[in-house]
Design a protein around this ligand. Structure first.
Ligand SMILES: [Zn+2]
Length: 68
């Protein structure tokens, strides 16, 4: 895949822009009390293929790209 975001020397993805349309909010009542700490957290996908949580600013949290 040539459109993959770059990776920093320590292995983290440099992209912070979530793919539009992939943003979702976790509903803990659907996943059970075990995941209640995730309730209301927003998740989105990165072009690298990883799904990660969003910061309050709407940027992707620092993450590592999935291994091919
Ligand atoms: Zn990424």
């Amino acid at each position: 895949m040539s459109d993959k975001p770059a990776v920093t020397p320590d292995g983290y993805c440099t992209n912070k822009e979530p793919i539009f349309g992939t943003i979702r909010t976790i509903n803990a009542s659907a996943t059970g009390p075990k995941f209640f700490h995730l309730h209301g957290r927003r998740m989105a996908k990165c072009p690298c293929g990883k799904e990660t949580s969003l910061t309050d600013q709407g940027n992707l949290r620092r993450h590592k790209q999935p291994q091919a």
